[in-house]
Design a protein around this ligand. Structure first.
Ligand code: OSB
Ligand code: MG
Length: 371
C-alpha cells in the first residue's frame, strides 16, 4: 500500500453531557482525525489526546503539531505492507503515543479493507459480540449520579464505573450500593490519591467493587504494589501502562490484577496486541478503556475488544451517550443485553461520514509524499 497523502482535520464535537474526572470537566471534544489516502483504500484514525495535558502529556494541539511536522512526513510517500510495520517507521520520535496511534490505526484500517477482512479479524479477534460497560463522571450531586446509574443499568450495560476522588468516594459508594446492591461496580480515580490515603482506600473493600482503577500516580508501579497488598479488591492500571514492558513489570510486581488497554495510550494496535498477549500469557484479564472517542476511535475500540483476553466489559459504549450525531454510520449501538455486535464487513465496519466531518472541521492540512 503506497501512502499518497495524509489529511489531518480537527473537529469540534460537543458532548451531550459533560464528563468530569478527578482532573476536570470536559464539555466539548477537540479531536484530530487522520484520513490516510493510499493507492488502494482510504483509512481513518483518531487521536485520543485530550484538550489539556491532564490524562497524559499529549494534547490536541501537541498531537496536531507532532503528526503534521514529525510523524506524517515519515509515512507519506512510503510503501507500507502492514499496519504492524508502522511502529518501526515512527520509532525515532519518542513518546507521543496518541499521535502515533492515530496514524498506525488508520493504516490497519487500510490493510483490513485491502485484504477484504474485518478489522477485528485482522487483529486476531475471536468475539462476535463484546460486553460493554459505562464510565460515569463525577456529577453535581449524588442524586444526579443515582439517576444516571439507573438509566445505564436499564439500558443493559454490564458494568458501571464511577469516577472518584477524595470527597467523592466512600459516601458515594454507600449511596450507590444502597440503591443498587447487586450491580457490577468499579471506580476510577485517575491518580487522585497518595500513600497517605491508603487507610481510606482500604474502606473501598466494603463495596464489592470489581476493581479500583489507577488510584495513585500516573507513572507508578511500586506504590500500587504496596496498596494492592493491603486490599482485597483488585487494582487495575490505566495511565501507568504505556507498553508491553510496563504490563510485564506491573504484573510481575503485583501492582494490579487487571489491565485497562487504550489504543492511544499504548501507541496503536501493535502495542495494544502486545500488551493483550502478554497479559493473556500471565493470566491477567484486560478490558478496553475509552477516551470519549468519536465513532472512528470507537470503531477501533470495538475491533480491539473482540480479542480473546478482553474478558471484562469495556468503556466502549453507544455513540448516543456522547454525541447528538456521530461521524460514522451506522453509529455504534448497544443491545439490551449490554453487548455490541462486532462488524464482519471489510475494514472498520462503520462508514465515515465525510460530509459531516467537513462541517465540523475547524482546521485541515494535508501532508503529501515528497516529490
Ligand atoms: O481514565 O478511563 C479514563 C475519559 C477521559 C480520560 C480518561 C478516562 C476517561 C473515561 C471515559 O473513563 C471512558 C469513555 O470513553 O466513556
Ligand atoms: Mg481510567
Amino acid at each position: 500500500m503506497k501512502i499518497e497523502s495524509i489529511v489531518l482535520r480537527e473537529i469540534r464535537l460537543p458532548l451531550v453531557h459533560f464528563f468530569e474526572t478527578s482532573f476536570g470537566r470536559t464539555t466539548e471534544r477537540r479531536i484530530v482525525l487522520v484520513e490516510m489516502r493510499t493507492d488502494g483504500p482510504t483509512g481513518w484514525g483518531e487521536c485520543t489526546a485530550g484538550e489539556h495535558p491532564f490524562f497524559s502529556e499529549e494534547t490536541t494541539d501537541s498531537a496536531w503539531h507532532v503528526i503534521e511536522h514529525e510523524l506524517a512526513p515519515l509515512l507519506a510517500g512510503r510503501d507500507v505492507a502492514h499496519g504492524r510495520d508502522c511502529p518501526a517507521l515512527l520509532a525515532r520520535v519518542r513518546g507521543n503515543a496518541m499521535a502515533k496511534a492515530s496514524l498506525e490505526n488508520a493504516l490497519w484500517d487500510v490493510e483490513a479493507q485491502a485484504a477484504g477482512v474485518s478489522l477485528s479479524k485482522l487483529l486476531g479477534g475471536t468475539r462476535a459480540t463484546i460486553p460493554t460497560g459505562v464510565s460515569i463522571g463525577i456529577q453535581d450531586s449524588p442524586e444526579a449520579l443515582l439517576e444516571k446509574i439507573a438509566t445505564e443499568v436499564s439500558a443493559g450495560y454490564q458494568r458501571i464505573k464511577l469516577k472518584c476522588k477524595p470527597g467523592w468516594d466512600v459516601t458515594i459508594f454507600e449511596a450507590v450500593r444502597e440503591k443498587f446492591p447487586d450491580i457490577t461496580l468499579s471506580c476510577d480515580a485517575n491518580s487522585a490519591y497518595r500513600p497517605d490515603d491508603f487507610e481510606h482506600i482500604a474502606k473501598f473493600d466494603d463495596f464489592g467493587l470489581l476493581m479500583i482503577e489507577q488510584p495513585l500516580w500516573d507513572d507508578d508501579f511500586y506504590y500500587h504494589s504496596l496498596l494492592q497488598k493491603r486490599l482485597t479488591t483488585a487494582l487495575c492500571l490505566d495511565e501507568s501502562i504505556r507498553n508491553r514492558r510496563h504490563a510485564c513489570a506491573a504484573i510481575e510486581m503485583k501492582s494490579c490484577r487487571i489491565l485497562n488497554i487504550k489504543l492511544g495510550r499504548v501507541g496503536g494496535f501493535s502495542e495494544a496486541i502486545a500488551v493483550h498477549d502478554v497479559a493473556a500469557r500471565l493470566g491477567v484479564p484486560v478490558w478496553c478503556g475509552g477516551m470519549l472517542e468519536s465513532g472512528i476511535g470507537r470503531a477501533h475500540n470495538v475491533a480491539l475488544s473482540s480479542m480473546p483476553n478482553f474478558q471484562l466489559p469495556g468503556d466502549v459504549s453507544a455513540s448516543r451517550r456522547y454525541w447528538e450525531q456521530d461521524v460514522v454510520a451506522p453509529e455504534i449501538t448497544v443491545g439490551a443485553n449490554g453487548e455490541i455486535v462486532v462488524p464482519t464487513i471489510a475494514g472498520r465496519g462503520y462508514e465515515v461520514d465525510v460530509d459531516r466531518i467537513e462541517k465540523l472541521t475547524v482546521r485541515k492540512t494535508e501532508v503529501n509524499m515528497r516529490v
